[in-house]
Write a new protein. Structure first.
Lengths: 383, 395
């Protein structure tokens, strides 16, 4: 990516050696994230809190095979050359006060996909054939029976665990309302079910029917179309009908743009309930019932990203096979069409079917094999 | 057996924004009015203090739909001395007497005798989701007490702008320890316990954390004192008028910023105080929904924001993107329970050597003169006026 909206293929030298304490990996597949579109479109001008270091290679949800690994990384990560791994987006510095405290957060993490191409070996993003990993990286080994494509769900599912389990603190018996039926909403439903929620309600629009129909297979007990029937848009009434009038303990709001659901959530939550606002949103202000929020003694938490524990649990959950993640991979693109993959996310109606989860392969073979290309150079970006 | 007076004087709200009317009302526990219910208390109001909510009520902003034809006694912030303890028989009976009544206790199980000073909450039903499931009796939908019972029917005396008050059988009540003056205990019964609840919601303040308090009324000022006691590094206050900001400084604020300053200048000063990053914690105690946007802007990324003051139906402009982008935690808090009343008294006993609590309190007003305190508080001329209720005598 050479600038906002500009993604062009480029040959990059295969690294002479792995970074100190790190590894070189062959990218197999990478999940496309809403933040990829936010950066590509220029909606996000300051990813990670600073101007982007163009040129750089996007992509931060990779599944990859270890090609070369330093002795130190072998020992610390407990993986070998040839292993398949998922790679956490943030690598820690290991030296700051946060890292030394053992409870973080790292004050200067390295975020894959946001580090410049001209910085060191440059292969810091997953829309490429190879990636270089630094010593502070967290990787999890992928069991042999899990497909590359299912493994890419480590990030949305890791987010879901972080939001639902750690931030919303969903406990056995909780009633959980998930606003939105996209990949994030479905993963949050699954995370809530795994946390023992008694009722998991997923909402979506009539045009999300295909996604809503999947909700029961991802742990939802109820799927609610909020713009159907005589009272279109009346989320409150529709949700109450599914709970028998009872309030919900937790709301996870994954609706990326709308502000109306915020007011609905305040109304639907129980006294002392939690509202988690997740994902990318524009900064436009909406009207918020502040007195009602205060009197009901609610808690509202803004989140994005994931935690290492979230990713660990995600890999376990994907491996357990409880949920049909393969049904979410609606679109798989070759590396040469990476820009099309990102554009489809930005304009979901432009494709043949509405996307749920989009994958870009680390090669031009979309079937899932990973034979190694010429190691003399690694191709990054796409036309 | 203590003699229960036949009537008591009270200041009664009969019209929004109008002067309160001093009326003589029947007292529960006499042969004419019937027995004090078992578990109820009849107390002599030692003193009442005025809360911002009383002003909002009087102005018609709090409960504009309230039917005032019967008249309501305003005031809910007070401390009272036990005059009689209800046994279900006319006149009430002192505990532990020959009638065989078990000793009465407060909500902490401590003995409660005639002559003890107490503070108390509205009565909650104990049999609803708010009371039992969520542990928030202050939100009980069937709560009774202040402003739920007109002064024309039993138990007549449920507001604090009166000589006597009736503590309903299910009301949580906490005995005031010796050495806490009645007007402090009165402030503990609303302002301080609200702040104790807000700080419970907030959780610990870590060493080195900076706090911004929005608002310099009693909630804001006690938030300053509590933040200082809880170990905050630097504390800024946005508020006014000047007298209140002086109290804020005396109680531990490092930086006071008058509302008359432009918002951009206030923001610059708060950022400079915190080394550029913004306060770790913001406490909204202004009552103005408009303060929310300023607080969201100033609080540091991954900071905590406690909403303790916002009142009114006016929706606040909120940018959800800011809450997500900054990974903020926003906590609503309202009212309190017995544990916060107790904590408020403990807090005052603990800080009395470090801050001059008396700075908060203003002029003393006779019951007949209570109407004058309300507009003066609304105008910021008073921070915590005291209503003296006993000078007229009890017949």
């Amino acid at each position: 990516m050479t600038g906002f909206g500009e993604l062009t293929p480029r040959d990059v030298a295969y690294p002479a050696s792995p970074p100190p304490g790190g590894a070189v990996v062959r990218v197999l597949a990478n999940g496309v994230c809403g933040s990829d579109w936010a950066l590509f479109s220029g909606e996000q001008q300051r990813p990670g809190g600073r101007p982007p270091e163009f040129p750089m290679i996007p992509g931060h949800e990779p599944v990859a095979r270890v090609v070369e690994i330093t002795e130190e990384a072998r020992r610390r990560w407990n993986v070998e050359a040839g292993d398949r791994v998922v790679i956490e987006t943030r690598a820690v510095c290991g030296a700051c006060a946060g890292c030394r405290s053992g409870s973080g957060p790292c004050a200067s993490p390295m975020i894959y996909s946001l580090r410049g191409l001209d910085d060191g070996p440059g292969l810091w993003g997953a829309l490429a054939e190879y990636m270089t990993l630094v010593a502070g990286t967290t990787v999890f080994r992928v069991p042999a029976h899990v497909s590359d494509h299912d493994a890419t769900m480590f990030n949305p599912m890791g987010n879901a665990y972080y939001w639902v389990s750690e931030k919303a603190a969903v406990r056995p018996g909780h009633r959980v309302l998930v606003l939105g039926a996209g990949q994030r909403g479905l993963c949050c439903a699954a995370a809530a079910a795994e946390c023992g929620a008694g009722q998991v309600i997923v909402t979506g629009l009539a045009r999300d029917r295909i996604k809503l129909d999947l909700a029961p297979r991802f742990g939802a007990t109820d799927a609610v179309v909020v713009d159907a029937g005589d009272a279109p848009g009346d989320t409150i009434e529709q949700v109450r009908a599914s709970t028998g009038g009872a309030p919900v303990d937790v709301v996870i709001d994954t609706v990326p743009i709308a502000t109306g659901p915020l007011a609905d959530a305040v109304e639907l939550l129980r006294v002392g309930g939690r509202l988690v606002l997740a994902g990318v949103r524009p900064a436009d202000a909406g009207h918020f019932p502040i007195e009602r929020f205060r009197i009901k003694q609610l808690e509202m938490v803004g989140v994005s990203g994931t935690s290492t524990e979230g990713v660990r649990r995600a890999v376990e959950t994907i491996a357990a096979g409880t949920y049909p993640f393969h049904l979410l991979h609606t679109h798989v693109y070759p590396l040469s069409r990476a820009a099309d993959a990102i554009r489809l996310l930005g304009d979901p109606d432009s494709g043949d079917t509405p996307p749920i989860h989009i994958i870009v392969r680390g090669s031009d073979d979309v079937r899932g094999s990973d034979d190694e290309p010429d190691r003399e150079s690694s191709r990054g970006g796409a036309p | 057996m203590t003699a229960i007076p036949g009537s008591a004087r009270a200041a009664v709200l009969v019209g929004f924004g109008e002067p309160l009317q001093t009326r003589r009302l029947p007292v529960p526990g006499t042969p004419e009015t019937g027995a004090l219910e078992a578990g109820a208390l009849l107390v002599r109001i030692e003193c009442a203090t005025v809360c911002g909510t009383d002003v909002h009520l009087w102005q018609g902003r709090l409960r504009p739909d309230l039917d005032l034809s019967g008249g309501y006694i305003p005031g809910h912030e007070c401390a009272g001395r036990v005059l009689a303890i209800g046994t279900g028989t006319t006149g009430g009976t002192e505990p532990g007497t020959a009638t065989g009544t078990a000793p009465a206790t407060d909500s902490l199980g401590r003995s409660l005798d005639v002559g003890d000073l107490v503070i108390w909450a509205n009565e909650s039903c104990g049999r609803c989701p708010a009371c039992t499931l969520w542990g928030q009796p202050g939100l009980c939908g069937r709560r009774r007490g202040h402003m739920t019972m007109p002064s024309t029917r039993f138990p007549y005396l449920t507001g604090s702008f009166a000589e006597l008050s009736y503590v309903l059988p299910g009301s949580e009540r906490v005995r005031v320890p010796d050495g806490i003056p009645a007007h402090w205990a009165s402030a503990a019964s609303c302002a301080v316990r609200t702040v104790m609840h807000a700080f419970e919601r907030l959780g610990p303040i870590a060493p080195g954390e900076d706090v911004l308090v929005q608002g310099s009324g009693p909630i804001g000022l006690f938030s300053v004192a509590a933040a200082r006691a809880a170990g905050a590094r630097r504390i800024a206050v946005i508020g006014g008028p000047a007298r209140r900001l002086e109290i804020a400084e005396a109680w531990g604020a490092d930086l006071v910023l008058p509302l008359t300053q432009p918002e951009s200048r206030r923001a610059g000063a708060v950022r400079a105080m915190t080394g550029g990053g913004g306060p770790d914690i913001v406490i909204e105690a202004s009552g103005d929904p408009g303060a929310f946007a300023e607080g969201l802007d100033l609080v540091r990324p991954a900071g905590r924001y406690v909403l303790a003051g916002a009142v009114g139906d006016a929706p606040a402009a909120v940018a959800p993107g800011l809450i997500v982008g900054k990974h903020l935690t926003v906590l609503g808090t309202w009212s309190a329970s017995a544990r916060h009343y107790w904590r408020a008294l403990e807090f005052l006993a603990g800080v009395r050597d470090r801050i001059d609590v008396e700075l908060l309190f203003g002029e003393r007003y006779e019951l007949d003169d209570a109407s004058r305190a309300l507009p003066r508080m609304a105008a910021g001329e008073e921070t915590k006026p005291i209503i003296v209720t006993t000078t007229g005598g009890v017949t």
